[in-house]
Design a protein around this ligand. Sequence first.
Ligand SMILES: [Zn+2]
Length: 512
Amino acid sequence: MTDRVIIFDTTLRDGEQSPGASMNTAEKMRLATQLEKLGVDIMEAGFPAASEGDFEAVSKIAEKLKQVEVAALARTSKDDIDRAWGAVQHAAKPRIHTFIATSDIHMEYKLKMSRDEVLTTAIEAVKYAKSFTENVEFSSEDGSLSDRDFLCKVFEAAIEAGATTVNLPDTVGYAIPQEFGSLVQYVGAHTPNIHKAVLSVHCHNDLGLATANTLAAIKSGARQAEVTINGIGERAGNTSLEEVVMALHTRPNFLDAATHIRTDQIFSTSRLVSMITGIIVQPNKAIVGANAFAHEAGIHQDGVLKNPMTYEIMKPETIGLSTNKLILGKHSGRHALHSHLKEMGYDLSDEELNLVFTKFKELADKKKHVVDEDLEVIVTERILRTTDVFRLEYLHVISGTTVLPMASVELSINERPVRGAGYGNGPIDAVYNTIAKLTGATSELLRFSVSALTGGTDALGEVTVRLRENGLIALGKGADPDIITASAKAYINGLNRLEYLKAHPLKASEGL
Ligand SMILES: [Zn+2]
């Protein structure tokens, strides 16, 4: 019989720690709803002690979602655990996830604690968390670099104190698959009460080995994988959910384990995360990259046409990449749009639906077919970004080979209209100079990139910017059939995200 691997998604917590990836509460709610639809077993909704924003988002997610387990992260202090429980207590299935570092280097330099002190602290934290809920996960931060026998001793004590899951993180992404697999085996063999808990792993991708390490751990008996969509996360990121899930799906005989993920939701979830966070998926990314199922080379194409299985180990439909998806046009009515949005996972109020319908009609006038990606953009821009400080109201640009590029812009700043005009080296430069003047922005533009959202010359142009101000980094994203308007939207979105970061300072940014 094939064993089940529990999928613990931490896109909302560890994923959000990617530089610039902060999400507002509405965006997190939307993503959480989609993650539930994808069928993740547990979602780590945040780190409630880290900020007020995190606390609020975790509470709302816990109250709304009814099927999935909702976890909140906490260090070992009572304050942290109180905050975590405060946020998840109304969940249908709450989990408290507490952690402390167990490697000598972390204990000596960061915690300034001895092994015995760490052991006692871990036991007390698990017991305290257990006083609120049956469902407690304990993680040994920097586990892969911890003394093996000490690690087993801490896990044994945590399980004895009531932990139902023990998690072994490769916090700094240092492990090599064979070595990590053997560590998991060692822990399995030398933690006497390990059968009373689920053994979990949490890998980082600094050497590009997060997925390989996770699979090696599963092969060695780990039964929970901590992952994020598109592998987003601190530094080089986390293990990517889609890679682990599809490896298990494609090689069930070798790995002898399976997940409950609805794989046909993988692609839309990946798109949504990229849209909300502004972090673009690299084209050659496994499973969800734009080229992952594209067979450009002539010789391969011939083989694929004769029999897809010659070069395709997976079918695009399996991850929800279908070529004949429902398309809406300018004659589609309000009702068709409503039911289609519902199918995509959006439960909009009448007022919100009206807003989206107006934008949909505008777009359908410019573009023959409106596809899911387009609708996702409209909802993300019109509904999820409700707390925006800056909004683009009007844009007019003059540009060409013989004129000095000039932009006139009207913005609303906290619902107050402001207007201005400015010049630049090109039309986008003119727009950015004018917006910076109107908003008083002092941020530095670190990166600017343009891509097409779907095929065809009438496709939406998608612009991503990366801004930095006083050490804070924000990504901004905008889409529009007009590339200059998309650029303006992306810049304004980035500025709004910087405002959000300033208004929601982090009290702590630790993790595992
Ligand atoms: Zn992590």
